[in-house]
Design a protein around this ligand. Structure first.
Ligand code: ZN
Length: 509
């Protein structure tokens, strides 16, 4: 057996290896609401932030409020007409957009709520600016818990996600990095990110998720990418009830193998908290430590990493886990007793940090996981020597991306404070963050893109890239469908047929 069930050891932090961490938070994010009864609550990001502040982690990292992503920036991935709709639709004028609602899949799962576009801007801006800071070597780790909205498609909302901040962040990373690895530990398949990069070998996507009768219905073991992207999509379809030791025993060997063979120069880790035990929508049995072990393991490779949020519907547990993980990223093990914080009452009756596993059945047998691991390793063999990927050059800086001393001044760094309230009150007015220097840093406006296209720098993606990719993808898929019948008998099909595209809400009501 390749699969070996390893014991789950205590998490350890070092002291010599402290990384430079940039944490992105916008105090407005907790005010947005999807609507009464909707399980997705941006408030959980504010709860996590309050814990992070009150545990004193502001002393260990730099805290920023990102400039919201603009329409133009969102259109690096999304279509103009979709983003235009998101910018214009409100609950009050929605009756004018009957056709668009169906076309762009807004409705029950993805409602139009007050401030929707601003919310998308905050989520996207954090991931783009985190990526830009990593690109410039200004930090080793960037964190954006308002991001991680992995289901959003090019011109469609899906699974509580409207704008795919992860794809926008990865596009930014690709300006400097030849190979980017995306890892997704949300309980749901990271379909939007996988789809965006399905035909390229410059991004490897690796998603660990519940598969079978579960949203979004994609992410089979045999979905591995097409064309140049073949073998650069990795799917680990899991069953209900996976526990800490089992998850570790599949996560670590897969990620180790990808790191060894694909050798990414940057990593994006989606930390969806719905894979935790007791999640309202999830069905896994990870404790806080089991979830955080993935963060710690990814960090141990010392590759520039962006950490984003994602799902997570039992708010108190999401807040606990993201706070604990922020501690780990700062080489700090947080105390088991929760500090007093703005949302203390949410954490009763025990007021402890831990999220514990339950006694639910683990339906992932060693035999089942062995078959997955064997197939995944066989696929990854093909990425071992990928000359076209290895030979990609990292281009020199385009414009004036030189170190700007201004950028680390007090005005640019978000105010640090004790309580959430104190912190929010001291946040400098928005325009003080949106200065010209920070704009130049992200440099995603069309002027810069036109410049970029004139210069044949291999790592820069022209704005037209995604349309080309989409067309390629269609061609590849057509080709693939023709070949499918021939190959079918060789493919390991060990997962049941998918349930197709259900909705989160329908499934759980
Ligand atoms: Zn999820």
């Amino acid at each position: 057996m390749i699969f070996e069930l390893k014991p789950f050891d205590e998490l350890k932090v070092g002291t010599s290896s402290k990384k430079r961490v940039a944490y992105f938070y916008d105090s407005d994010v907790g005010n947005y609401a999807y609507g009464a009864g909707h399980p997705m609550k941006p408030h959980r990001i504010r709860m996590a932030h309050s814990l992070i502040m009150n545990y004193g982690l502001y002393k260990k990292m730099e805290i920023y409020r990102a400039k919201p992503a603009t329409k133009q920036e969102m259109c690096q991935f999304h279509t103009d007409e979709y983003i235009d709709f998101l910018a214009r639709a409100t609950p009050d004028n929605l009756e004018m957009f009957t056709k668009e609602q169906a076309k762009f899949n807004v409705g029950d799962d993805c409602p139009v709520f007050d401030g929707l576009f601003e919310y998308c801007g905050i989520s996207g801006g954090g991931s783009m600016e985190g990526a830009a800071r990593l690109n410039r070597g200004k930090c080793d780790i960037a964190i954006n818990y308002a991001g991680g909205l992995h289901h959003a498609k090019k011109s469609e909302a899906s699974g509580f996600c409207y704008v795919n901040d992860i794809v926008l962040g990865i596009i930014e990373l690709l300006r400097y990095h030849p190979r980017v690895l995306y890892i997704d530990i949300d309980v749901h398949h990271g379909d939007g990110v996988e789809e965006a990069f399905y035909t390229t070998d410059r991004v490897m996507t690796c998603s660990f998720h519940k598969y079978g009768e579960f949203f979004p219905g994609t992410g089979e073991l045999r979905d591995i990418g097409v064309g140049k992207g073949k073998y650069h999509a990795v799917n680990i379809p899991l069953r209900d009830g996976i526990d800490d030791a089992t998850y570790k025993s599949i996560f670590e060997p897969v990620i180790q193998r990808i790191m060894d063979w694909y050798q990414p120069s940057a990593v994006v880790l989606q930390c969806g908290g719905d894979s935790l035990s007791g999640d309202k929508l999830g069905c896994f049995n990870l404790s806080m430590r089991g979830h955080a072990n993935c963060v710690n393991f990814v960090k141990s490779f010392n590759v520039p990493t962006m950490v984003v949020g994602g799902g997570g519907y039992t708010m108190r547990n999401v807040a606990r886990t993201w706070a604990f993980e922020t501690g780990l990223l700062n080489e700090t093990l947080l105390d088991a007793e929760l500090p007093f914080n703005d949302y203390y009452e949410y954490f009763g009756p025990d007021y402890k940090l831990d999220v514990r596993p339950s006694n639910m059945h683990n339906a992932n047998s060693p035999e089942y996981l062995n078959r997955i691991l064997t197939q995944v390793f066989a696929n990854l063999e093909n990425t071992k020597h990928a000359p076209s990927v290895q030979m990609q050059e990292v281009p020199p800086d385009l414009v004036d991306f030189d170190d700007d001393p201004e950028e680390d001044t007090k005005e640019a760094i978000d105010t640090r404070g004790g309580s959430q309230k104190a912190h929010d009150e001291r946040i400098v007015p928005e325009n003080e963050f949106y200065d010209k220097d920070e704009d130049a840093v992200r440099a995603k406006d069309s002027t810069d893109y036109n410049e970029a296209e004139k210069k044949p720098t291999p790592s820069i993606i022209p704005a037209s890239y995604y349309n080309e990719v989409a067309e390629d993808m269609v061609r590849e898929l057509e080709r693939d469908e023709k070949n499918e019948n021939k190959e079918e008998s060789n493919e390991a099909t060990i997962t049941p047929a998918s349930n197709g595209n259900g909705n989160y809400l329908k499934e759980n009501n």
